[in-house]
Every structure is written in C-alpha cells, then in structure tokens.
Design a protein around this ligand. Sequence first.
Ligand code: WT7
Length: 649
Amino acid sequence: MSDKTYPPSAEFTATAHIDAAKYRELYAASIADPAAFWGEHGKRLDWIKPYTKVKNVSYAPGNISINWFEDGTLNAAANCIDRHLATRGDQTAIIFEPDDPAEEAQHITYTQLHKRVCRMANILEDMGVRKGDRVVIYLPMIPEAAYAMLACARIGAIHSIVFAGFSPDALGARINGCDAKVVITADEAPRGGRKTALKSNTDTALLHCKDTVKCLVVKRTGGQTTWIADRDYDYNELALEADEYCAPAEMGAEDPLFILYTSGSTGQPKGVVHTTGGYLAYAAMTHEYVFDYHQGDIFWCTADVGWVTGHSYIVYGPLANGATTLMFEGVPTWPDAGRFWAICEKHRVNQFYTAPTAIRALMAHGNAPVEKYDLGTLKLLGTVGEPINPEAWNWYNDVVGKGKCPIVDTWWQTETGGHLLTPLPGATPTKPGSATTPFFGVQPVVLDPHTGAEITSTEAEGVLCLKDSWPGQMRTVWGDHERFEKTYFSDYKGYYFSGDGCRRDADGYYWITGRVDDVINVSGHRMGTAEVESALVAHAKVAEAAVVGYPHPIKGQGIYAYVTLMNGIDPSDELRKELETWVRTEIGPIAKPDLLQWAPGLPKTRSGKIMRRILRKIAEDDFAALGDTSTLADPAVVDDLIENRMNRG
Ligand code: WT7
C-alpha cells in the first residue's frame, strides 16, 4: 500500500463547498450534537409538515430501532422534481446516453420529468397500486427506470429494483419476497451491442408468482414479446392517455421508500429497507459535498440503477439537488474501450464516478483510448465498490484526471444509503487506496475481532463498525427485523457491524481490507458464497459445493468453486459447462464461477464443518502455509485439492 499523500489543490479548494477548516468544524459539531446538526441539515429537503423530533435511535439488544425526522412528512418525488420547477424547469434533469452510440442521446428537462413521472404514477394507480404496496422494477438503464422509481415515490408505493442482469429465478424470488403487486419491465435490454430479453425473463419469473401480479411493459427495442391479456399493460400506449398531473402523496419520514435485495453470508438475499426522509437528506447531502457538486455541473455515475449506487447517485441524490445526472445504458468497453471518455467529452461531464473494476479493465487497453478525447471539463473523479489498488488509482489520477482532478474513494454499502468514509475533495488530502476519513455524523470504530473491544489507539487493525446512527442508515430487513438485528447488531453489541475489516493508519485514515464474512466482491458486486453454493447443490449431479473468493486482476475477486459430484457421476468439460449455465440461470451471469475444481472431498473438521480458510488458501495459490490442519478429519483431501488446483500463478 502506498502512503503518498495528495493534498487538494488551492485552486480546487478556493471554490469547494467544504475546505479543511470547515470539515473539522462541521465534523466536530455533527458528533457533539447530532440532533442539532441533522436538525439543521434536514432542512435541505422540502417538508410538508416539518419535523420536530430529529433523532430517535436505539442500538440496544432486542430493541434495534432507528428513526430520523420521524414526525415530519414529505414526498421524495416532489423533492426531486416539483420544487425545482419554478427555478429550473427548463434545465436538463437527465441526460440519457443509449447503448448504441449511433442512437441519439436524450435530454429530459425537469418539466418533462415531472409530466412523465406523473403519467407513470397515474398508470400505476390505475393498475391498483396504493400507498405502501410494492412494485418491482426490472428495467434497462433507460430514463423510464428513473420515472418508475419516482412514480412509486410519488404515490407512496415502495419500489424494489432487480438488476436486469439477474435471472428469472432471482427475479421471481424477489417479486415473491416483497409480495409485489406490479412488476415493471421492458421488451429487451440492449447492453454492449447485445440484447437481454427482459419481458421473456419476466414471463418465466411470473410462472412462480401469484397470478394477481401485473406487468407494465416499456417498449425499448420493439422486439417481439408474448402478451398476456389482463396481466400485461403497455406503458407507451397508456402514457399517451394518462393525466400529466398526479398529486404527491404525503409520506411519513419513516415510511419505506424502497427495498433493495443484497447478498449476505446466508443463502437468502435480504431486502434492505430504506425510508424516505433520512435517506433522501443523506443521499442529497453526500452528493453535494463529496462530489463538490455545483449548480449547472454535469454529473455522471456509471453504476446501474439496480444497485444502491444508482439509487443514491444517479437518481435520488442528484435530483434532490436539482442536478443534471447522466444515465448510460451501455458498458465501458463497447463499441471500444474509449466509450466512457467519448461520453465525457460529448456531454461535457464535470464529475465522473465509477468502480475500480472498470478502471482496471480500461487501464488494460492503454492510454490511447483516453487520450483520443478532450476530458477538459472533468473536475473530480470518484470510485466505489471495492478497495482500489494504487496502480489503478495512479492511472485514474494521471491519465484520466491529468493530475488535476481530486479522487474521492468512497466507502459505503447498500445498508448505509450513502457514503460513510470518503475524502471531501476540497478538504481531505488523499492517499491511493484509502477511503480516508468519515463523513459528517459518522463515527467509525475499529474493534478487536476476538474481544469485541474498541481499539482506541490511532493505529489499529480489526473489524469496522459504526458507533451510533446516521440518517441514511437502513431501518430493517424487509419482513424480518430479527434478521436485521442478528446480521448487524449481534456480533458486536451496541454497534452497527459493517462486515468489513480495516486498518487505521497513524493519520487516522481508514484502509478497507475486505469482507470478514462469507461475502465476496466480484467487480464491485456483492455475492454471497452461500448463495452460489446453494445454487450448485440444487443441481442433481452435485453432492456438495464450497465457494470462496480469490484475487482476480480485473474483477478484484473471482468466484472459485469446489464441487463434489454425486456417486457414480464423472467430471467432464460438458458437466463443467452445464454447471456454469446452471448457476447463470439460478442467479445470473455475475454469479458464474470463474474457476471450478472437481473435489473428491472437502476439507472438514471432525465435526463436519468445512474449513474455508484452507480452501481460500488453495484458491489463492498460496498453500505453503495452510496453518493449523490438525483438526482435519482427513488430511489427504487437502493434498488432492492442492495437486489439482485451478489458479496457478
Ligand atoms: C461492500 C458493499 C456501496 C456501493 C457499492 C457496493 C465494499 C464498497 C468500497 C471502497 C473498499 C468498498 C465493502 C462494502 N466497498 N466501497 N471504496 N473501498 N471497499 O455496495 O454491494 O452493498 O457492497 O463493498 O466491502 O462492505 P454493496
């Protein structure tokens, strides 16, 4: 790890919202009196009924309860659209850049956004959606995805987006998981020159859902779809008729805004619940300060709206701030590795936010695709999703930012709603690979993983927890508050446990060292090893499976699967392919194992527990020091696994 420090330039600091002195002052105030601090900053939203209570939080075992601005009422869509109409109705709210560069980009003004969201809200109401009902969104990265989110917010329905790369099985499980009334999809999703048949995936998913679930279909490509009368609704046709005004529902600050399923250490993804007031205030405030967003800037976050990054930093944060936000439908490397930079030039992007995996993939194509374009409008670069290796950081800084754009390495999670550890670009000297220091109101602590005690020395290494709450924090697991407590508040009582390990250096900077649970990070996407394992063992020829992560040059971590076949089944390349396809259909392409090793047996303790530590070492091609193997039931198993390991450096 590099410890070279990059202080903010005087030029950047001169116009920045927050400089070093201001950061210190506001941070101290946010910790000394959170209620006073957030009482003030909650005012960045328009409230129908202003709150009088700011914070009401308990992390006490058996009573985990998180409330912010609880007696206030507001509407998230009105905050993202209506309140901007008087001052910036004609300003572009969303720039849409399609997958195919030959297709024209769209500029959607706040006034247009208002009408389109209202129309979609009216369509949903006509389909029977009411306050508190759940709507699943399974769409490409098209403006209608944002309309759908905001339409739900407008009428008080709770949206749950399922990433368009997930399989019909995964979609069906999520529709059932939150008991959705409607699923919104499109005919097809163009991506990287290929098309995914979303409507047909939805048809398959709905075979396993209640037959009352309705489907609203957006036309994207005009591709062929099967139509089921009385179940399928044509969005484009209905939008022609729908009223262009829909009154925003008055929602409590603690009414759920959305559910987003994410992987954990058990087989079942959990529905992370975010509520309206605290989430929106936190997404908006971090968007403004972390990216140093100024009015008129063009902001581009390359994430998909299927992940929390897209929720907070494509839609809710930017639009609450009256920003211009860019939505890109495609991928970084199609038609060629210059696509990101072509878009930055074309739309004069000022802030650019992407993932280390994309940076590494583009870095592999050299500097020429970047240098072809004029990136002079860029003022700031951001990264998120996994630790960024110093080589990638330096390339991003030198080649993309030409040494003049601060880099914000933002650490956060689906559960946190917004950035928790991050530089503020006009205030914080950065170090390549470190997410640096906490945002306002955030109190990170490093705990000893064995004793659970807080390590109070500045230099520390252990598990990363958060003391006390912040407004953007998740409130519960959908339908399972007990699981919420068990997952985040039971290993270390009195703290929110992030699941990440970290190191704090002598300057108090945080360095994320990766997950300490059975979650792996593949291209910035979180994957539960147990989820992949249960998909594998659901195959008739598989007796047992164990999945671990291993270092992957582009993806950060790759998926390494050890598979034990049923008696009498022989391993073969065809079977390997069959299992890969199986996992793709069970979960989605992102869960496909990168390496799959046939394992005659798995290393287990005498009590039958799989020794994952050993499997990780072998997958890392680092088996010289396997540590204590004395508790193994059958040590010979390990020799076979080493002998036939798949990842040879
Ligand atoms: C996990 C959360 C938050 C949006 C993207 C992923 C890892 C995230 C960083 C970073 C090091 C990071 C952590 C975290 N992570 N950002 N800047 N440096 N690690 O959201 O799917 O909820 O995953 O991603 O391990 O726990 P997510």
